[in-house]
Design a protein around this ligand. Structure first.
Ligand code: ADP
Length: 890
């Protein structure tokens, strides 16, 4: 703004514009004016809309009227929470001098962004709050994240063709409140608050120096990122941003960790949603999610850790077994479990408390809460002593007696004072002088009563008016002449004297000094405790882990879960499995348990048919959920389970329109299916529900069949494929590792009854009309539909199998052959392709139902040779574990 243009502005307006210009335009500047925080111009418009408050305007100088919206100062925290929740960044500008003549001095005292909030009242206790940074160096994408309340600081990098998808999945898992991004990078797959920083902040060498300085190390080698400039750059940007916006949070950073995705079961964002891990995708409520069923934790830190467990199921059998051992030990000992639970119940959030200690914002009450936590540690250790499976956890628990002693010796629990008498001699001396001055005041009161003869004369104190002598109205004629008037009340008048003023001076001065000294001593104690933050955090983490184990054990006992067996096989064998969330909402005993016997070498693909509402999706999901539960180290809702560790779960469930992204349902369905086909491995678990539904029947059927075949021949992943295309059942005759199942329903007296029982074989009917009837379609419409169906049945040729459907006919076959780049194929690939084409040709000659008798050999291009088992040698649906027993008995 030019001098001339701003000449007619009021000083307040000019001050506002100057301050506003110091922060990025997207930061709301809350400008304190008296009892309100005001916003102006565009900020006002944005805030009024976000908070549903009135947008007004205000005149700032002649002819300058600007939009304005304000919030009362006492309600700041509530509004701040809402603003941050909506992704706003906020700069809070306070009045720094007392209002008087001229303009009040103002300055920004803090900037709060969604990722740098650390005030407990603005945070959700059971969720971590992460600030993240993403950057790209050549082909490598890195993501660093820090929880500014606990100091957890880590980073991961991805490269190769799938780097973007992997980054997206990791961002979805972490769910940062705010993500930093270099200005030169765009198109981040993340919808939360983005903060764009100068590319300089991401410069690897600068970042490395900054990290070393902040983490107080001379080399980054121990953090595993010496050859990972992208990781260093992302982590450095996080630190640079904290330095600028919230330097007090930097003290929290004590370590840093580089991790890789290869240790965890991969779940992409869609799969997390489809499986309702944290909340029910359809209802959006927490109650509809798996977490709500599992979460019987007693502390906020335990609840946060359980959430992280669910986000990162493990792959390492030994690590999973170690968790299961701990849960088992607690399941087996109910009295001890209850005692441990009681011991940790209502313990404070020691993790975030330590965070506040490091930031210097902890209160006396926080420190007392911390001593309660630490004093509980010996009890925990004593209880854990009898449980060998929990010894690793116990060894992390540290009672920190010297910290407890320091806090208890130093901090009072009385209101008003911070530091206990006897802790600090200088403070005691100051406080003594205050007390003796106060005693002298009592003497003064007595003296004055005697001198004036007013028996009701009182010496008192108010914060605003200071010390006074109060004389009731009837005695006013007795007031000595040297009394100076101070304040008139209804029934009394207050005075002061030179002597009283002198005392006041001494007392206030000493009190001020004492308060200041107290603050200093308190800050010193916080620093001393911060020096032990590593031990405090390890102890807090161990309590959180114990809380999670106790919760998992409690749920296992209450809901009748069993310990799963885990191994490196390709099996998923579940006896009498249940859906943990659905069984929870149904009346006890109403959920029908079902078995599952998937095996990459035997029943690799289960093709499941059955009418709508029969329970197909529920069945698919329950198997994935059992797998996830097993791999986080939880017991599972079943009577027995053996899980060959799954590396990744893919889902393609239901037709969810993503109209906002401008994609048709069918396109989305195909994009998701393509991702699965490209990325699934033999170790993966694939759930496909109604693939091909979004397009015409012929297309849909052809696509569904082609997808099944591809999974069978090329991927080898354990697959559950729910479909309403009954025609696909025939595939069980040509694909040796595919079995057909159906979810039973029976018609009784014209009513459809769902048995929810998964049984071998395909279902012959879809009962669509019956389901429509159940849904309340007018009877006349249903009757007409039935009539049409009967007519259609009469017209259908006897042998209308899929092989007659169009997309599989010769032209597609020739085109495929023509497209082969024969010269570049390896002999193995060529052999595999030839085998496939031969199969297709065979199918073109005879319908699927009448397959050639010879079973195909395994194509050599598969990663490991498949063991082919025919349907004849494999009794289709005997409970797997019972079968094992049978074999053993024989
Ligand atoms: P589909 O995918 O076949 O259309 P869903 O899996 O959505 O069917 O199940 C429909 C409803 O049936 C569910 O909401 C649930 O209430 C009930 N249900 C599903 N499976 C079971 C079961 N095993 N036992 C009892 N009720 C079930």
């Amino acid at each position: 703004m030019t001098q001339a243009a701003d000449a007619h502005l009021t000083p307040a307006r000019r001050q506002y514009l100057d301050l506003k210009a110091q922060y990025p335009p997207d930061t709301l500047l809350l400008y304190r004016m008296g009892d309100f925080y005001e916003t102006f111009d565009d900020d006002a418009r944005r805030m009024a809309e976000a908070l549903h408050i009135t947008l007004t305007s205000r005149e700032f100088g002649r002819g300058v009227r600007v939009p304005m919206a304000g919030i009362p100062h006492h309600a700041l925290n509530g509004y701040l929470g809402r603003l941050l929740g909506q992704g706003f960044k906020v700069a809070i500008c306070e009045q720094l001098s007392e209002p008087g003549r001229g303009i009040v001095d103002r300055g920004v005292v803090r900037v709060i962004t969604p990722g740098t909030v650390s005030q407990p009242e603005l945070l959700r206790p059971v969720e971590n709050s992460y600030l993240a940074a993403v950057c790209q160096i050549k082909e490598t994408l890195a993501l660093a994240h820090v929880d500014v309340t606990t100091g957890e600081f880590a980073a991961i990098q991805h490269s190769g063709t799938d780097a973007v998808a992997a980054l997206e999945a990791e961002l979805a898992r972490i769910g940062p409140a705010e993500c930093l991004l270099p200005a030169s990078m765009s198109g981040l797959p993340y919808r939360g608050t983005l903060t764009v920083l100068d590319d300089q902040c991401f410069e690897p060498e600068r970042a490395a120096e900054l990290l070393k300085r902040r983490l107080r190390v001379t080399s980054l080698e121990a953090f595993g990122c010496i050859d990972a400039p992208a990781i260093v750059a992302a982590a450095g940007a996080v630190v640079a941003y904290l330095e600028r916006t919230a330097p007090e949070l930097l003290n929290l950073l004590s370590g840093f960790q580089t991790y890789t995705a290869s240790h965890y079961l991969a779940l992409d964002p869609q799969t997390r949603r489809d499986l309702d891990l944290l909340r029910g995708a359809r209802s959006g409520s927490v109650r509809g999610g798996l977490l709500a069923v599992l979460d019987q934790t007693a502390t906020a830190m335990g609840s946060r850790l359980l959430r992280r467990f669910l986000g990162q199921p493990l792959l390492d059998v030994a690590a999973i077994e170690a968790r299961l051992d701990a849960v088992s030990a607690l399941v087996a000992d109910a009295p001890r479990r209850r005692r441990l639970r009681t011991a940790i119940e209502r313990l404070a959030d020691a993790e975030r408390l330590t965070g506040r200690i490091c930031q210097g914002t902890a209160t006396a009450r926080d420190l007392h809460a911390l001593t309660i936590v630490l004093r509980r540690v010996p009890t925990l250790l004593q209880e854990l002593d009898a449980l060998p499976a929990l010894q690793a956890l116990a060894s992390e628990l540290d009672p920190l007696p010297e910290a407890v002693d320091l806090i208890e010796r130093a901090i009072t629990d009385a209101d008003g004072r911070l530091i206990r008498h006897g802790f600090h001699a200088e403070l005691d001396a100051l406080l003594n002088s205050v007390q003796s001055a106060q005693r002298t005041l009592l003497d003064l009161e007595r003296q004055e009563r005697e001198r004036t003869g007013i028996r009701s004369l009182k010496v008192g104190y108010t914060r605003v008016f200071g010390y006074y002598i109060e004389i009731t109205r009837p005695n006013l004629h007795l007031v000595p002449s040297e009394y100076r008037h101070k304040q008139t009340l209804a029934n009394a008048t207050r005075f002061t004297t030179p002597e009283l003023r002198a005392f006041e001076e001494i007392i206030l001065h000493a009190e001020e000094g004492a308060a200041e000294l107290e603050e200093q001593i308190f800050a010193g104690i916080l620093r001393e405790l911060a020096g032990r933050s590593g031990r405090l955090l390890r102890t807090a983490a161990a309590i959180a882990l114990l809380d999670v184990y106790l919760s998992l054990a409690e749920v296992a006992v209450r809901r009748g879960y069993v310990r799963p067996q885990l191994d490196g096989s390709l099996s998923i064998e579940i006896n009498a499995g249940r859906h943990p969330v659905v069984e929870n909402v149904l009346p006890a005993g109403d959920f029908i348990a079902n078995d599952c016997a998937l095996d990459g070498n035997g029943c690799q693909i289960a093709l499941i048919t059955g009418p709508n509402m029969a329970g197909k999706s529920t069945y698919l999901r329950q198997i994935a959920l059992c797998t996830i539960l097993a791999q986080i180290g939880s017991f599972v809702p079943a009577s027995a389970a053996r899980i060959g560790v799954v590396d990744r779960i893919f889902t393609r469930i239901g037709a969810q329109d993503d109209i906002s992204a401008g994609h048709s349902t069918f396109l989305i369905e195909m994009i998701e299916t393509a991702t699965i086909l490209r990325h699934a491995t033999r170790r993966s678990l694939v759930l496909l529900d109604e693939v091909g539904r979004g397009t015409g029947t012929q297309d849909g059927l052809a696509i569904a069949q082609a997808v099944v075949e591809f999974l069978h021949h090329h991927v080898g992943a354990r697959t559950l494929f729910a479909t309403h295309f009954h025609e696909l059942i025939q595939l069980s005759e040509s694909l040796p590792r595919l079995r057909a199942f159906n979810v039973a329903a029976v018609e009784e007296a014209g009513r459809l009854i769902f048995l929810h029982r998964v049984q071998p074989g395909g279902s012959d009917r879809s009962y669509g009309v019956q389901v429509a009837r159940l849904a309340g379609i007018p009877p006349i419409v249903a009757a007409r539909a039935e009539e049409l169906l009967r007519n259609a049945d009469r017209q259908r040729p006897a042998d209308s199998y899929i092989s007659n459907s169009e997309p599989l006919q010769a032209p597609g076959f020739a085109a495929e052959l023509a497209a082969l780049d024969v010269l570049r194929m390896s002999p193995l690939e060529a052999q595999a392709r030839l085998f496939e084409l031969q199969q297709q040709a065979e199918r073109l000659q005879s319908p699927i139902g009448h397959q050639p008798s010879a079973r195909p050999e395994a194509p050599d291009s598969l990663p490991e040779p498949f063991v082919y088992q025919t349907a004849e040698t494999e009794p289709a649906f005997l409970r797997p574990l019972e079968r094992a027993k049978l074999v053993a008995e024989r």
